[in-house]
Design a protein around this ligand. Structure first.
Ligand code: GLN
Length: 484
């Protein structure tokens, strides 16, 4: 059952090949047996899952159930789940049990989806390798000595290891696309404002966006149908009509204009990754697409601008974790100052503390204009690059990551080397655009991702092209040799 795609599972439930209870039990057994190898899931909600599966089976029997009814999924541990620990990968929230669901979680619950548990992640979603989690690193199912990418590495590894057919994830600077690429699965970061951020623990509020991860583009479309909603509780939620993301998957892509930014094929790109991406572009040409060279001249400024804006917003967002209201509190504080100081230095890991320091510095009086103000101006230039490009092309494509999965510790001592992992993904967040990664090849047995960037609210087109690519290639069906 675990080799079926989400779309196939939906059909299987409707044709009574199996029940939601059987399906749920099957995935719970797999998690029990295999999760120890990957550390992808940090909380399993077995009894709650079986209860939801029983109600889902009843709803399915009554007919007219939503597509996701009875389908087991995982949520990244950044989404608040009522009564279930939500740690955000941090010691700070190791004991935090939210009294409510995030809107995304609620949307899935209303549709009758079954939550199997919560996935491991970089602490507060800060990272590109999943090495910063309080619960230990996640292992890449394709090579256990390599990282799965981050920060949604738990969700990506779980799908790649077939521990669930789909999962939620979040992307502030690449955290859906980058781990999707390194784990050989599909992942979509929607347009900023498409999916509610309410109940999703904030990292950098102007960049954070939730999205789906699954094996195929079609499955991502099904998940996005359930996730996307206008939400009055999120002031940045956009009240645009929500299409059925499955409806245009089968459209032919004749005449599609694909922009190829020269900046995405420059120095630093692994030659094997480049080859795999170029081969997939030829495949799309064979399907009728035209390749057009474009320029995104401010691309080189995206990483420096992001590493001012994201830490600045993080330092403000994380000030709420003070040892007073909820979360970790140090033992026997001497006074209030000691309580703040020790709760925060004992509760947060090194990378989170580094970001708080950088962010506080950039926002402090006298430096605000020089750093934060400047970075916001650069952000505008990056947006402008994309809007110029979209005057002549429909989609923009290139690699998702500069290289395939790397070994644990390979970049651990050098934060800048790690920050460059997201060089191709960050600009999309700064501009608020949707972007996707789909598997498009392999280097030394490790997966490579093709990135597809669309104009605002053009998720339908991205998914359509990704689906057409997957109809004529089979990279999305490859699986880690250990599991084959
Ligand atoms: N790797 C980037 C960072 O550490 C992006 C993380 C993310 O998208 N959540 O900030």
């Amino acid at each position: 059952m675990h080799n079926f795609t989400l779309a196939e599972l939906i059909n299987g439930l409707r044709s009574n090949k199996f029940s939601s209870v059987e399906l749920t039990q099957h995935f719970l057994n797999r998690i029990k047996e295999l999760n120890g190898d990957y550390n992808a899931i940090i909380t399993t909600t077995a009894s709650q899952a079986l209860e939801s599966a029983i109600s889902a089976d009843q709803r399915l029997a009554n007919g007219n159930a939503p597509e996701m009814c009875g389908i087991p999924i995982l949520h990244k541990d950044i989404f608040c789940t009522n009564g279930v620990r939500t740690s955000c990968g941090s010691k700070m929230l190791d004991n935090f049990i939210p009294p409510y669901n995030a809107t995304v979680v609620e949307n899935f619950e209303n549709d009758g989806a079954v939550m199997l548990g919560k996935t491991n992640m970089d602490e507060f979603a800060m990272g590109s390798s999943n090495e910063t989690s309080f619960y230990g690193p996640v292992h890449n199912p394709w090579a256990l000595d390599c990282v799965p990418g981050g920060s949604s590495g738990g969700s990506a590894a779980a799908i790649s290891a077939r521990l669930a057919p789909g999962a939620t994830a979040t992307d502030t600077g690449g955290s859906i696309r980058q781990p999707a690429a390194l784990c050989g699965i599909s992942g979509l970061k929607p347009t900023y404002g498409r999916v509610s951020r309410w109940g999703m623990i904030a990292f950098a509020s102007s960049l954070d966006q939730a999205g789906p991860m699954a094996r195929t583009a079609e499955d991502c479309a099904i998940l996005l149908n359930a996730m996307a909603s206008f939400d009055e509780k999120d002031s940045t939620s956009v009240n645009e009509p929500i299409p059925n993301y499955r409806s245009k998957l089968d459209n032919p892509i004749n005449g599609l204009k694909i922009g190829i930014p020269r900046e995405y094929f420059s120095e630093g790109l692994h030659s094997g990754t480049e080859q795999a991406v170029r081969n997939s572009l030829v495949e799309l040409q064979n399907l009728g697409a035209k390749l057009i060279d474009i320029k995104l001249p401010s691309s080189h400024l995206s990483v420096p601008a992001y590493y001012v804006i994201a830490p600045a917003e993080a330092s403000a967002n994380l000030s709420r974790f003070d040892g007073v209201k909820y979360g970790y509190r140090c033992k026997e504080p001497k006074d209030l100052e000691d309580l703040y100081r020790r709760s925060r230095s004992e509760g947060f890991g090194e990378e989170v503390q580094r970001r708080i320091m950088i962010g506080t510095y950039c926002l402090s009086a006298g430096y605000y204009d020089a750093y934060y103000g400047k970075a916001q101006q650069v952000r505008k230039l990056i947006q402008q690059d994309f809007s110029d490009a979209f005057k002549s092309v429909d989609l923009i494509m290139g690699p998702t990551c500069p290289s395939p999965a790397f070994k644990f510790g390979a970049k651990g001592n050098d934060p800048v080397a790690m920050y460059l992992e997201d060089i191709y993904t960050i600009a999309t967040n700064l501009a608020g655009l949707p972007g996707m990664s789909i598997p498009c090849g392999q280097v030394d047995g490790k997966p490579v991702g093709l990135q597809i960037i669309g104009n605002y609210f053009n998720e339908e087109r991205i998914l359509n092209v990704a689906h057409q690519f997957q109809q004529s290639t089979d990279w999305h069906n490859h699986m880690p040799s250990e599991l084959a």
